[in-house]
Design a protein. Sequence first.
Length: 314
Amino acid sequence: MTGAIGDEAAPVGAASPEAGPRADAAAPSYLVGLIGSGVGPSLTPPMHEREAAASGRRLIYRTIDITELDLPPDSVSGLVAAAQRLGFNGLNITHPCKQLVLPALDGLTPDAAAIGAVNTVVFDGGSAVGHNTDWSGFASSLERGLPHAPRDRVVLLGAGGAGAAVAHALLASGVGELAVADVDADRAGELAEQVRRRFPDAAVGIGDAAAPERLLAWADGLVHATPTGMAHHPGSPVPAELLRPPLWVADAVYRPLRTELLRSAERNGCATLDGGGMAVFQAADAFDLFTGLGPDRERMLAHFHELLAAEQRN
């Protein structure tokens, strides 16, 4: 994945696009790739390939793992240029290259420029243009999963790359007041200032990550965007007893889908949103940019769950 927080060390399992529909051999084809570290087990390639086949198209998706290639993160510029020369239609970019790729690009969309990170590069007419679909993926997931959740006051826990995209999505979705909290207070302050520039009428402040009880007593909702809760980073970012209705809780982690945070929130009666929707919908938006084909988002979401189920069986 490129945006939601997953555990790329997990095996993909037996599910593959070969088990799905077949593409029309005479139809247009596409070549795309994913650049990052530890991307071999990513679920993004099979999701893209199977959705293209379901649309009667052929899409080949290659992973370009800088760790396996023994390349430094700043090699992303050369890899982007090489992919463009080789005729790729576009690339997804993931950790640790989302910001390092910026100098390699000919232009950025306004959203990518505001977030300061790119997860999708489209090659068109000799130009490489950077997009960010992480934010739109979260916005779509929030609207689908918690459409009626109050959004007057929201706490965002985590000011890293995922947090920046989520902050953008929250304010674009109409959140009235946003409190950004991070164990690195300087990073929280930088993100708060960044989103204020993009949303000058928004009320954005810095929350104390060491005092979650005060933040959550104030908030309508909590969005978690740190690695805590992943398979290799178990635990919950806040004590379970602080998660009480009417607070709603969303998590950007998708491996596992039911994190300790979400399980605690559900046991206490809170409405919850897992990271699967963000993972799928950012991929769907990137697929649309690469191909111009409007993807079937529900079909992609169903395939995503099939892939996760295959991982658990293996």
